[in-house]
Design a protein. Structure first.
Length: 76
């Protein structure tokens, strides 16, 4: 059971890391700074940065708002 838990945790961590990389790439492709993207959704730039760096994990709502701000779709 512990092995399954570790595997699931590793998969979730990798999915979040992939999402952060996709978010950063989409933001840059949109020509937006972190401050501009954060401002578009009423978020402070340091918080956006923390999410993008992986220092914090966004809620699903925050992730959806961030994705929409840079034209990124969340997986179903």
């Amino acid at each position: 059971m512990k092995r399954q838990h570790r595997a699931a945790r590793a998969a979730a961590d990798q999915a979040l890391a992939d999402w952060r990389a996709d978010l950063r790439a989409a933001r840059r492709a949109a020509g937006l700074t972190q401050a501009q993207a954060a401002d578009a959704i009423g978020m402070a730039q340091p918080l956006w940065s923390a999410y993008e760096r992986g220092a914090k994990a966004p809620s699903l709502r925050q992730a959806a708002l961030m994705a929409a701000a840079v034209g990124l779709r969340l997986p179903p």
